[in-house]
Design a protein around this ligand. Structure first.
Ligand code: ADP
Ligand code: MG
Length: 700
């Protein structure tokens, strides 16, 4: 039997009680789990401090000295603390214990040299260390010691129950003794050679007992690579299996609608990026496999027409398609845009949202079921059970991050044979995340804006400069342009936000008075019909200014609007700011984004403003966002399971991830079943890992 499978309580020094704690607090069930408990950080214990060098610095120090006396000090209410006087040749300090006093009192040796380690605090003239780690100097010298001392993840409960970092350290030593530190290699030799990775044994040893900074770095690199490499193997294998197993609906023909549209009705030349993406999609649709593709393209990059052309392909092959958007406004806009684009073609398009009337619904349901409806556009309403397609061939989802996993799989189940799925997102997902979360998806990127667009100029202004900003808006309006002014809306403070919006609206109405100026307002508390009416007035150019909460965040398209003012910009996240900014710059005019904030800004807010001012590149912005917020926050809890990494960090280890993905693809191209003799170990480890860790299943 593999020794590493031994239950943790059998490790000498653990036992049932500690075993229980380790299981509950750290999820350590067996030897292997302990072995894979990697330190959070390391402390340099090469340096010994003298007592007269101590400072109130809150850092951990190590001191050699002796205890010259020890006493119990009553604190009242039956409580006491144990206080020892600790001296070296430069001075004296106090050591203090609140817990385990009896045991400490009995085990401590007076006048024998100790090495103590911990944080010091200053009380008046004396320094004091609570619950120090202690070791007799003699043992300290003899023990297996390295320059870098690991600090393991822990919990309050573990600490309270006496499982200190030192105890975990001891367990780890014991583990290495019992297993004789013989851990089998998991990566093929040629990979170790090519990437100059240290062997598994050496890596595990040095991650727990680093002999030097250099070896520690090598150990970390090797283990991070391994972790990410196996995840990539899993994701890519899954993709291969899906392509192999799940037969796609055959879209073999490029038929009359697509060709007619392409040759006669394109309102503009497609950008090269649009052409490339269409080709990628057509390849998928024409192959025997089911398409599961993520289409990333910054706001305004022209995803809509790509979506339409895919739906035309579906129609040409005798299939229906649907396009699902997260909001009613956006669904409407898609419907209007696509109807307009396709007006010369003989295809039937309908829209279904929460506010579709019952009578219309009936007609839509019928047309869907008898196959006379080609394209259905809508919101979540498409997911209702009543919505049954005759033969759904393609499902397109816009702005995917707003839909949950379950919702997506619901769409999937609307057919016996799953439809092709195209997920469009305007919020670029950092490449690292895309690679780790969507590694089993194919990804297309529209990385080019339609020609003639001038990059949006972004500035950051403080509230105190408002007069100048207003003057600028008036100049723009005088040139015939339109302006958005957006207020934050955050659920928790909805009332306050609403007040801010209304106050803002009032003062804007004063500063931009009728009849010279006219203002639209849109917010969440309005009836949908009123909202639409206001939006319509603005998009028809009847009003100069649109005051709004973030309901306009997605999808609104008013090419003549050239200025976006974002109030309290510090309260918006980066991706939201970028989305909002994307509402302007849609016409040929120079467009502007003005970020208004107060003077008081947190560091993160400053970085957000600077980033927005510096770049229009959604990918760059998403990378900064990832750094500021971390992967869990960006992708939402349900999707962050994959990100429970043992040692690698998606933000810091981007390059290693890239490397791991590259080599995983290469390996699977060469030997997908991992059958070659040199992959035997790898395969074994891979199967073992797949049993334990199922990567979140995209298509479920
Ligand atoms: P998004 O990717 O944000 O959904 P849209 O599809 O709404 O972008 O396109 C934004 C605007 O750009 C629309 O007005 C659309 O008509 C226009 N557009 C799209 N592709 C091109 C192109 N190749 N050349 C010129 N204009 C384009
Ligand atoms: Mg769009």
């Amino acid at each position: 039997m593999n020794l590493l499978e031994t239950p943790i309580e059998y490790l000498k020094g653990v036992g049932p009680q500690r075993g229980d704690l380790l299981r509950k607090e750290l999820g350590i069930h067996k030897y292997a789990d302990l072995l894979n408990l990697f330190p959070n950080r390391y402390i340099d214990r090469t340096r010994y401090y003298k007592i007269n060098e101590l400072q109130n610095s809150n850092s951990e120090v190590q001191i050699v000295g002796k205890i010259i006396n020890i006493k119990t000090v009553e604190q009242g209410k039956g409580r006491s603390r144990l206080v020892a006087t600790f001296v070296d040749d430069t001075g004296q300090m106090e050591l203090v214990w609140f817990q385990g006093q009896k045991w400490i009192r009995e085990s401590i040796k007076i006048n024998i040299p100790y090495v103590i380690f911990g944080k010091v605090t200053q009380f008046g003239a004396t320094y004091n260390m609570a619950h120090p780690e202690m070791e007799l100097l003699e043992e300290h010298k003899a023990s297996l010691r390295s320059a870098m001392q690991p600090v393991y993840p822990s919990t309050e409960k573990l600490g309270n129950k006496g499982i200190s970092n030192k105890v975990i350290n001891k367990m780890m030593q014991q583990l290495f003794v019992e297993t004789q530190a013989l851990f089998s290699e998991t990566l093929p030799n040629y990979l170790l050679d090519e990437l100059k990775l240290i062997p598994k044994n050496a890596a595990l040893f040095n991650i727990h007992f680093p002999k030097s900074q250099d070896l520690l770095a090598k150990a970390q690199f090797r283990l991070k690579f391994e972790e990410l490499f196996f995840i990539q193997l899993q994701l890519i294998t899954k993709n291969l299996i899906r392509k192999h197993k799940i037969k796609g609906l055959p879209f073999e023909r490029v038929g009359e609608n697509f060709t007619d549209f392409y040759n006669n009705h394109l309102p503009f030349d497609l950008t090269n990026a649009q052409k490339r993406v269409l080709k990628e999609i057509r390849n998928d649709l024409g192959s025997n496999a089911q398409m599961n593709r993520l289409l990333q393209g910054d706001v305004g990059s022209g995803k809509t027409i790509v979506a339409l052309m895919c739906m035309l392909l579906a129609k040409d092959n005798g299939f229906q398609s649907c396009l699902m958007a997260p909001t009613e406004i956006l669904a409407n806009q898609h419907f209007n845009g696509i109807t307009e684009l396709a007006k010369e073609l003989n295809i039937s398009i309908k829209i279904l949202t929460g506010s579709t009337k019952t009578a219309d619904r009936k007609i839509i349901h019928e047309a869907l079921e008898n196959g006379s409806l080609d394209i259905l556009i809508g919101t979540h309403a498409l997911l209702e059970d009543k919505v049954q397609f005759h033969n759904l061939g393609l499902a397109i989802i816009d702005e995917q991050h707003r839909f949950g996993v379950e919702q997506r799989s619901k769409l999937w189940k609307k057919n016996d044979i799953p439809p092709h799925v195209l997920v469009m997102t305007a919020t670029p997902i950092p490449r690292t995340l895309a690679m780790s979360l969507y590694g089993d998806l194919d990804i297309s990127v529209i990385d080019e804006l339609p020609p003639g667009r001038k990059p949006i100029q972004t500035v950051h202004r403080y509230d105190s400069n408002r007069l100048k900003v207003w003057k600028f808006l008036k100049d723009e309006i005088a040139k015939g342009r339109q302006v958005y002014i957006v207020y934050p809306l955050i659920q928790e403070s909805e009332k306050m936000d609403y007040k801010d919006l209304m106050d803002g609206y009032e003062s804007i109405s004063r500063d931009f008075p009728l009849p010279q100026y006219s203002i639209s307002i849109v917010h969440g508390k309005m009836k949908p019909a009123d909202k639409d009416e206001e939006m319509r007035r603005f998009s028809e150019g009847k009003t100069n200014i649109m005051v709004a909460t973030t309901v306009i965040e997605v999808g609104v398209n008013v090419p003549n609007a050239s200025v976006m003012v974002i109030e309290s910009a510090e309260r918006f996240g980066l991706s939201q700011l970028h989305q909002l900014r994307g509402r302007v710059g849609r016409g040929a005019e120079q467009s502007y984004c003005i970020l208004m904030t107060s003077h008081k800004l947190s560091n993160d807010s400053k970085i957000r403003m600077e980033t927005m001012v510096r770049t229009n590149d959604g990918f760059e912005i998403s990378e900064v966002d990832l750094k500021l917020r971390g992967p869990g926050d960006i992708m939402g809890k349900q999707q962050s399971g994959v990100l429970n990494l043992q040692i690698a960090d998606l933000v810091k280890d981007k390059d290693i991830l890239q490397l791991a993905r590259h080599h995983a693809i290469k390996l699977l191209k060469d030997d997908a079943p991992m059958e070659k003799p040199e992959h035997a170990k790898l395969r074994e480890a891979f199967i073992e890992l797949s049993k334990k860790k199922t990567i979140w299943n995209y298509i479920s």
